[in-house]
Design a protein around this ligand. Structure first.
Ligand code: NAX
Length: 339
């Protein structure tokens, strides 16, 4: 067997952590040939929960699981790590303004980024799950510089992507695997723009064509996209909380695993969505962490942005509104003196 890959999970004692650990140790993220060494980072209040999960991992006797260490020390957690899943974050408390939330999370993701810069493996890649995910990734990337290139940091919009695919599969009565090239543009927030303009089905039809057939005509398809699909995908997190009485956990963990797996091992049919560092593609200000269409060949370049796709005026306006929100978050963080 190959050398174990060190994987760090922050917030490992939380809900998403619990849904992630066992699947990673079972090989769902890096495949059946790569043993893993898990480093679970928690804050003192979360240590017992993470330690309990570590005991259960031992009780699974996963052949691929080399060892597990639970710690509340950043340098121990990120020492030699190749893959970091940054899940733990400060949730929005009652009466907390957006500025307070950004500041509290800057206090988490700044030091974590610096620790990654100081002690992680040269090939490290980090994905931020904890919200506000895009801006937390921006802060972590800035704090890891100059040791780690910014494009090693990304944020999770794969859950939004998968939610969009799930909604289309349902209305079109096809399998989710038959749908390719959906895109989530922008921020992982209610301003995100789930876009099907380039999406296709396995039978060669475009999703727009299939929706028009299914719903009667092109106008009905557009109305469904505007009035049902886009708001439902963008607000799905709130719907899950309302129905389930708790936020998305297994679906979020699944999305994080697919994000890392595709980045490390390569995407298959078409592209996926991930919030990655912009170099100015599509007019997104350089350095912002913005959800864009990406592919990976499973090599050391990680996700590459698909360029040159076209927007109509309405799509452009939706995308720009979400990018404006990312700019406002970045400016708020700058005003705090963090960037
Ligand atoms: P939980 O509250 O269950 O778990 C969070 C854990 O993080 C806790 O155990 C806490 O002790 C730990 N933690 C807090 N600060 C820490 C720090 N500085 N270092 C290490 N650990 C720390 O939340 P959970 O349901 O697991 O959600 C985690 C995060 O994912 C939240 O920020 C949530 O908003 C975000 N989500 C992001 C999604 C996405 O698609 N990007 C979707 C799901 C989820 O809402």
């Amino acid at each position: 067997a190959s050398e174990p890959t060190t994987v760090t999970i922050t917030g490992a004692g939380g809900q998403i952590g619990y849904a992630l650990l066992f699947r990673i140790a079972a090989g769902d993220m890096l495949g059946p040939d790569r043993p893993v060494r898990l480093r679970l980072l928690e804050i003192p209040q979360g240590m017992r929960a993470a330690e309990g999960a570590a005991l259960e991992l031992q009780d699974c006797a996963f052949p691929l699981l080399h060892d597990v260490e639970v710690t509340d020390d950043l340098l121990t957690a990120f020492n030699g790590t190749s893959i970091a899943l940054l899940v733990g974050a400060r949730p929005r408390g009652p009466g907390m303004e957006r500025g307070d939330l950004l500041a509290a999370n800057a206090g988490i993701f700044g030091p974590q980024g610096a620790a990654i810069g100081a002690v992680a493996a040269d090939d490290v890649r980090a994905v931020v799950v904890g919200n506000p995910a895009n801006t937390n990734a921006l802060i972590a990337a800035a704090s890891a510089a100059p040791d780690i290139p910014a494009d090693r940091f990304s944020a999770l919009t794969r859950l939004d992507h998968n939610r969009a695919v799930g909604q289309l599969a349902d209305v079109l009565e096809v399998g989710p695997g038959d749908i390719a090239d959906v895109i989530i543009w922008g921020n992982h927030s209610a301003t995100q723009f789930p876009d099907v303009a380039h999406a296709t089905l396995a039978d060669g039809r475009s999703v727009l064509e299939a929706l028009a057939e299914r719903l009667g005509n092109r106008e009905a398809a557009t109305a469904w996209l505007d009035d049902v699909f886009i708001p439902r995908v963008a607000k799905r997190g709130a719907e899950i909380i309302e129905v389930r009485g708790s936020s998305s956990v297994a679906s979020a963990a699944n999305a994080a695993i697919e994000h890392v797996r595709d980045e490390q091992l390569g995407t298959h049919r078409g592209w996926t969505s991930a919030a990655v560092v912009s170099r100015g593609e599509y007019g997104v200000p350089e350095g912002l962490v913005c959800s864009l269409p990406v592919v990976s060949r499973g090599d050391d370049r990680g996700y590459r942005i698909i360029e040159g796709l076209e927007f109509d005026a309405r799509a452009r306006a939706r995308f720009e509104a979400s990018v404006d929100e990312l700019v406002a978050e970045r400016d708020a963080v700058r005003a705090l003196g963090v960037l």
